[in-house]
Design a protein around this ligand. Structure first.
Ligand SMILES: Nc1nc2c(ncn2[C@@H]2O[C@H](COP(=O)(O)OP(=O)(O)OP(=O)(O)O)[C@@H](O)[C@H]2O)c(=O)[nH]1
Ligand SMILES: [Mg+2]
Length: 436
């Protein structure tokens, strides 16, 4: 149970009895106390109580953390006792919100806290760790420093046009702003990969019955998760499992073979498959390379390519037909892979292909700065556009330049939280879990 705020220590000391008769309110920066939580003299739990005085705490306020044996019974009892003594339940993310409001961390770091908690792969954990430690924040602050300096010079040129100042708005300044723009563009290039790493991607496996979708699903999982038989129409439900490709958590979805089904269960499976295909971030169309492509498959390929989701063609069962030709359909596939789900041949290459499809060519280095959120990308994009406008009209009057420069600075400030509108802040912290 974590309590934060000016009353935290007083509230905790009302429930706690130290084994050695110590007083929680004693003037110490940080200390751990051993004893019991008592309710009207009756012991509720044996606990360690951590007292961290402002500003030496997560929120920079007085913080007390009560560590009991756990379990819902004692936990709820302790929680209720703190509420009875004047505490209130924290809103989602409120501790981190206070850490942010009290200046201990900026918005980028606050968001990295939640990314850390939710990280599903080592790569996403490392990326969140880099952001939490301030790597991205430092890049932003450096850019802000350059632009603030530029703004000062431009405004001096506006305010004192008569004075005999050295040339303020010169090629040197232009180069500095150009550098800042390049820095912003460099960060923007990491945005799609960064978001993939944080959110993961859904990849749906589609195709006619019996082409080997479930076999491919199992081969990628390295586990016999879905039932495989030689009979068309085996899979009816959606089957989902998560694998890691190039550090990205990928939710694989195996679907029912697409055909005009007769039985109701299969019909429902086909309908569910179509929904999954529409929601996926990438679709893998599997065909059986050992038989001539069916007319329905061509139609299916055409339909899938209309979804505007990246589409990969897998020519499965290549162990039976290693030299089968790619069907001459008028459909654009992002990639075509020959493989055998049965022997595993071509599977690694296929995984590589999927990785490239999801992340682009950028090989992500998770320890470096990655932009992982849509609103961050949007702010950077606006900052970049403002600087582009500025550079285009660099020789115009300095008044105009300062407008664009201010806009760029405001947009950058939205990343770190300085200029973020309240409703956006609210939204961000509302997505946190309670107690963080
Ligand atoms: N030779 C060979 N057989 C394969 C390969 N992949 C799958 N099969 C066989 O093809 C048959 C169908 O495989 P499934 O994985 O059940 O096919 P599916 O596309 O999931 O079928 P439905 O669920 O009915 O839509 C099974 O007998 C598999 O053993 C392969 O690469 N080579
Ligand atoms: Mg199947």
């Amino acid at each position: 149970v974590r309590i934060s705020g000016p009353e935290a220590i007083a509230i905790a000391s009302g429930l706690f009895v130290s084994a050695r008769g110590r007083d929680l309110t004693a003037e110490r920066q940080r200390r751990v106390y051993y004893g019991e939580i008592r309710d009207d003299g009756a012991a509720v739990d044996e606990v360690l109580v951590h007292v961290m005085r402002a500003p030496h705490s997560y929120t920079r306020e007085d913080v007390v953390e009560i560590n009991g044996h756990g379990g819902p019974g004692p936990l709820n009892a302790i929680l209720e006792l703190t509420l009875k003594r004047g505490a209130r339940l924290a809103r989602p993310g409120e501790f981190t919100y206070r850490a942010f409001m009290n200046g201990r961390i900026d918005l980028v770091q606050a968001e990295a806290v939640i990314d850390r908690i939710r990280a599903r792969t080592r790569a996403s954990l490392r990326s969140a760790g880099a952001a939490a430690s301030g790597a991205l924040s430092r890049r932003i602050v450096a850019l802000q420093g350059v632009l603030a300096g530029a703004l000062a010079r431009i405004e001096a040129a506006v305010d004192f046009p008569e004075e005999d100042l050295p040339e303020l708005v010169d090629d040197g300044l232009r180069a500095e702003i150009q550098d800042a723009l390049s820095g912003i563009q460099e960060l923007l290039r990491t945005a799609d990969a960064g978001r993939m790493l944080r959110e993961g991607a859904a990849v749906a496996i589609a195709g006619r019955p019996n082409v080997g979708k479930s076999s491919l699903f199992n081969a990628l999982l390295r586990e016999n998760r879905a039932i495989v038989t030689g009979q068309p129409g085996t899979t009816r439900d959606l089957i989902e499992e998560t694998i890691t490709i190039k550090g990205v958590p990928v939710r694989l979805v195996d679907t029912a073979g697409l055909r005009e089904a007769e039985e109701e269960a299969e019909q429902l499976g086909v309908a569910a498959a179509r929904m999954a295909l529409e929601r996926a971030d990438a679709v893998v169309l599997v065909i059986d390379a050992s038989v001539a492509p069916a007319e329905e498959e061509k139609q299916l390929a055409t339909e899938l390519s209309a979804l505007e989701t990246p589409l990969v063609l897998v020519m499965n069962k290549s162990d039976l037909a290693p030299t089968a030709e790619v069907p001459g359909w008028d459909v654009t596939f992002q990639s075509v892979c020959r493989l055998s789900a049965l022997t595993g041949q071509g599977l690694n290459e296929f995984e590589q292909t999927l990785g490239t499809l999801l992340l682009g060519d950028a090989s992500i280095v998770p320890d470096e700065c990655l932009v992982t959120r849509l609103h961050q990308k949007d702010s950077l994009r606006r900052a970049g556009e403002a600087l582009e406008r500025l550079l285009e009209q660099f020789d115009a009057s300095p008044e105009f330049l300062s407008i664009d420069l201010r806009e760029a600075l405001t947009a950058l400030g939205e990343l770190t939280g300085e200029t973020t509108p309240d409703d956006v802040l609210e939204q961000i912290f509302a997505s946190f879990c309670i107690g963080k």
